[in-house]
Structure formats: C-alpha cells, structure tokens
Design a protein around this ligand. Structure first.
Ligand SMILES: *[C@@H]1O[C@H](CO)[C@@H](O)[C@H](O)[C@H]1NC(C)=O
Ligand SMILES: *[C@@H]1O[C@H](CO)[C@@H](O)[C@H](O)[C@H]1NC(C)=O
Ligand SMILES: *[C@@H]1O[C@H](CO)[C@@H](O)[C@H](O)[C@H]1NC(C)=O
Ligand SMILES: *[C@@H]1O[C@H](CO)[C@@H](O)[C@H](O)[C@H]1NC(C)=O
Ligand SMILES: *[C@@H]1O[C@H](CO)[C@@H](O)[C@H](O)[C@H]1NC(C)=O
Length: 511
C-alpha cells in the first residue's frame, strides 16, 4: 500500500467498523479509571515524542553526511578515469564499497524507536474495550436526555448553559451518531449534522491530517451508507471544493445521485420527546419547592448534642425528611474516603437482598464496618445521637463513588413489602463532596430535590409508624453531569428500634 492509502485505510477502519461488546470495566463512570487513562495518554505522547526525536536524530545524521558523499561522488563522475587512476582514490573507493555501504545498509535497516513501539504494544492491552466505549455512548445519551441538552451545546462544551473548555471533534460526534442510529435515528442525525458542521471549520488531527479532501469523502460515504443523504451531500460538497478537477464527471455524477436521494429523503425527527418524568424534572431542579419548613438547632436529648448542636432543616414533615448541615468535618470525610478507596468495586444493586449487577446504578461502592477504626466508630456515635436511633444490627456504612453519567434511578430503600425480617426503617445519606453539576437526590413523590453538599446528611424514614413501608419515599440519585459524587449511606434497621417507633407515635415530630 502507498503511504496515503495506508493512512486512509486507518481512518476507514475507524469510520466503518462496528465493534461488539465484550467485557466491561465501567471506565467512563469511574474517576479512577479515567485518571489512569489521562496518565496513559500522557505516556503515549511522551513515547511518541521520543520516537520522533529518535527519527529526527537518525535523519540529521544522514543529512549531515550525504552532502559530503555527493560532492565526492560528483567529482568522481566528472572525470572518472582520472579519478580511479589515482591509487589513493581507487583504494578508498574499494574500501568504501566493501565496508561503508554495508554499514549504511545496516543503518537503514535498523528500526528506530523499538522501545517506544514495544511500550505501545504492551499498553494497548490496557486500552478501553468496545464495551467501555458503549457505556460511554449510553452515558452521553442519558445525560443528553436527563438534562435536555442540545447536541450542539454538548459538542461545543456547553453544559446547562455553562461553557467549559472542552469540545468534541468530528470522530467523536460521528461515533455517538453511529451508536444512536438504532436507538433514535433522529437524534443520530443531529449528531451527524454536528459532524458536518465541525468538518466545515476544522481539519482532523490524525495520521491523515494532510488528506482533507479524502477524509471528507470518507465521512460523506460513511454517512451516506447510513442513509442520511442531505448531511452526506453537505460533506461531499465540501470535498468537491477541494477537488483538483471539480468538473470530473465521476464526482459530478456521484453528487447528483446523492442530491437526488436527498431530495426524496424523509428527514427523521428525533423521537417525540416524551414528557420528562417527575424524576427528571427534579434532576433539572424544576420542582416548585418550598424552602425548609424550619431551620432549627437540634439540641434536645443526648448530651453530646447539647454540647454540639446540629443545624437541622426539615424538608418534609410527613414522611419526615430532614437535612443535617455540616455534620462531618473535612478531615473525617477524607479519612473515610481513604478507607473506602482501595475497596471500591462495581457496586451491586441490592434487590430483595440478592446481589445483581445492574445498569440501574452506575457507580463503585464498598461496605465499611462501623467498628473499623476510631474514625468510623466516632461517626457511628454521631449518627446515633443525631437521629436518636439504635444502629445495632444495621448494615455497615456503604460508601459509593459515582462518576460522570453515574446515577441511581428512582427506587426505595426498604425491602419488599412482604419482608418479614427486619427492614430498613430509616436512611441517613452523607454527602462527601459537592458535585459541580447534577448528582442531586430527588424524591419525585415529595417534590424535593436535595443538592449534594459536602458534610451534610440527609435523613428520612422509609417506614410509617405502624410498620408499613412508605411508598412516598421513592428517591434516586440524578446522573452526574460534571464532576463526581461521593456519598455514604447508613441504613437503619427497624428491629432494634421498636421501642423508638412506639415513642414516635406519641411524639411524631421527634427525630
Ligand atoms: C514510554 O513511556 C513510559 C511511561 O511513561 C516510560 O516509562 C518510558 O520510558 C517511555 N519510553 C520512551 C522510550 O520514552
Ligand atoms: C428542552 O430544550 C428545548 C430546546 O433547548 C426546549 O425547547 C424545550 O422546551 C426543553 N424541554 C423541556 C421539557 O424543558
Ligand atoms: C477535468 O476533467 C474533465 C473530464 O474528465 C476534462 O475534460 C478536463 O480537461 C479536466 N480538466 C483539467 C484541468 O484537468
Ligand atoms: C483509638 O482510641 C483509643 C482510645 O481513645 C486510643 O487509645 C487509640 O490510640 C486510638 N487509636 C488510634 C489509631 O487513633
Ligand atoms: C399503616 O398506616 C398507613 C397510613 O397511616 C395506612 O395506609 C396503612 O394501611 C397502615 N397499615 C397497617 C398494616 O395498619
């Protein structure tokens, strides 16, 4: 293959292959994995750069010696007989032909940058898989829908009206479009349109960067194959502008074919936007929300709280939902994160106490025993004092890290209504960081959206006074748009709190 053919072959592969899903590492939603990829890309660049240095060094060496050789050779050619009749010239020529040129041959054959090539080959095994990419596509689509983002804004780095220093190139938007064809042809078309817009203004930075016209043809053909005729035509026309002979009948005939097809094309609109769900409305912060009913310093009962009163905001009285403000210090949060970090793994959805891995929740989580160390012990005491409930027999802390696109769809914390064992009477959810965009906790049936705020804790009862589970506590974690989210949860069992439940009957407002 000629080198330009090779380069085009490379981009054709990118444009036309359809990967199949294999194993899944949850790369896109995992902060740690993404950090690893940033580092790996930096390593690639470093290696590519030193590869270039070695190529350049080799080239310089050659360029330095070639002029000397040429001038000697020209001199000889100019007067051949005279030149070789001199024994000194003759000897030198003979020796050069026997020794030097063999060495130059070896020099040419020795490939440059073998260590870098080896590094690339080895590192390729750590690259994201097709399944990882699929997860990323669906996360992008999920964010687009959840926050009603336009394709144009997304691809230009505008998220919920805020401009970020980020954007997608033609290969990015094309890849998302291709993924979405089977999901929603209309939305896929919007992404391809963005591909076309990008190509108007930029040239792709790939090994084929200098082949603009051919790249445009490849994009046009790829999009034509998916039957988006008018978008293909726009890109084809851009290529035509660069054609050395724009009256080439082959090109013109192809153009009229595409034009004819595009004239008859029935443009597919994005699927009628289903009305946003109550959950989505909450995630967009669009509930008509009353501010906290009261903001008070809880300082009754346990001695600890009299010494260190906690600022408590009641969001809903029935069922009781409250926010405790600033209940964990930065140091405590950092300490807990340190404990959890090594153990984070793709977390399981607990469904009727059976662990199943599901799309439902995209995150990494780990259990941390309350008696793990002095820090967790202290936090346990704080929770018990704060909510005035007995934590005995309750599950350990559950620390969860959600990455971009990570969410937990609306669900209940209690187990099935027919559960006879102890159930999750109440939930305490601690926010370990602020989330730049997204990641709020939403109660669609209560019309409440709670933003993640480092150090705050959200508390609610999952069960009513008489022991029935409370459906109104349906809640979920909104997808993360920008940032990541760390929380930990303490679910509180009802059995050790029988007595407290009785008490609450007489004193419904007590927490
Ligand atoms: C390639 O990158 C790796 C990781 O940064 C580094 O250890 C190695 O020395 C690099 N190799 C070359 C030849 O630059
Ligand atoms: C979604 O965004 C579009 C345009 O940006 C707007 O016209 C539409 O009203 C929005 N839909 C909702 C439900 O907010
Ligand atoms: C362009 O192509 C047409 C048709 O093949 C040919 O007649 C014409 O001479 C070409 N023009 C140039 C400038 O090569
Ligand atoms: C935990 O607390 C105990 C009692 O206050 C103390 O003796 C011990 O040194 C603490 N351990 C750590 C690791 O701080
Ligand atoms: C418990 O109370 C709720 C609301 O007051 C009521 O709807 C439900 O039927 C009661 N359940 C039982 C078992 O009494």
């Amino acid at each position: 293959m000629k080198s330009t053919d090779w380069k085009l072959f490379y981009i054709a592969i990118i444009l036309l292959t359809n990967g199949t899903a294999a194993s899944q590492k949850a790369v896109f939603t995992s902060l740690e994995e993404m950090v690893r990829l940033v580092q790996l890309e930096a390593d690639f660049i470093e290696n590519l750069s030193s590869y270039a240095d070695e190529l350049e060094a080799k080239l310089k060496k050659l360029k330095r010696v070639i002029p000397q050789m040429q001038s000697r050779s020209n001199e000889a050619l100019h007067q051949v007989e005279n030149y070789i009749s001199n024994p000194i010239n003759a000897f030198s020529l003979l020796r050069r032909m026997h020794e030097d040129w063999q060495e130059w041959n070896v020099f040419m054959e020795t490939s440059v940058g073998q260590s870098q090539v080896k590094f690339f080959n080895k590192a390729r095994q750590e690259l994201p898989t097709t399944a990882d990419l699929y997860e990323a596509y669906s996360s992008m689509y999920r964010l687009q829908k959840a926050y009603n983002l336009t394709v144009k804004d997304m691809s230009r780095g505008i998220l919920n009206g805020k401009q970020y220093d980020a954007s997608l190139n033609a290969l990015d938007t094309y890849a998302i479009g291709k993924y979405l064809i089977k999901v929603d042809r209309g939305v896929a078309g919007e992404w391809f349109t963005e591909t076309s817009e990008w190509l108007k203004q930029h040239t792709l930075q790939t090994p084929i960067g200098d082949e603009r016209e051919k790249v445009l043809h490849l994009f046009a053909q790829a999009i034509l194959d998916y039957k988006y005729y008018s978008i293909a035509l726009t890109i084809f026309d851009q290529a035509l502008l660069l054609a050395s002979n724009s009256t080439d009948p082959a090109l013109l005939s192809k153009r009229s074919t595409i034009e004819e097809l595009s004239r008859r094309e029935v443009k597919e609109k994005p699927k009628a936007k289903s009305k946003p769900t109550d959950f989505e409305i909450g995630c967009r912060g669009q509930y008509v929300q009353q501010s906290g009913l009261m903001c008070t310093y809880k300082s009754k009962s346990p001695a600890f709280l009299r010494l260190a009163p906690i600022k408590m905001e009641v969001l809903v009285l029935d069922p009781l939902v409250v926010i405790f403000h600033d209940v964990l210090s930065s140091r405590e949060i950092d300490g807990l994160q340190e404990i959890a970090r090594p153990h984070l793994e793709r977390s399981m959805v607990v469904k009727y106490r059976a662990n199943v891995q599901g799309k439902h929740r995209i995150s990494a989580g780990t259990w941390v025993e309350r008696k793990y160390n002095n820090l967790t012990w202290r936090i346990e005491r704080r929770i018990a004092d704060m909510v005035d409930l007995n934590l005995e027999g309750s599950e350990p802390f559950y620390v969860i890290n959600y990455g971009i696109g990570g969410q937990y769809k609306a669900h209940w914390d209690f187990f099935g209504a027919d559960t006879v064992e102890d159930n999750r009477l109440a939930t305490v959810l601690f926010y370990m960081n602020d989330v730049e965009q997204g990641g709020a906790t939403v109660f669609p049936r209560l019309g409440q959206t709670v933003r993640a705020k480092r150090g705050n804790a959200l508390f609610w009862y999952n069960m009513q006074h008489n022991g029935t589970v409370d459906d109104r506590t349906l809640h979920g974690g909104c997808p993360i748009l920008v940032g990541s989210k760390w929380i930990f949860t303490q679910w509180i069992s009802d059995l050790p709190n029988m007595f407290h439940r009785l008490c609450r009957k007489q004193e419904p407002n007590a927490v």
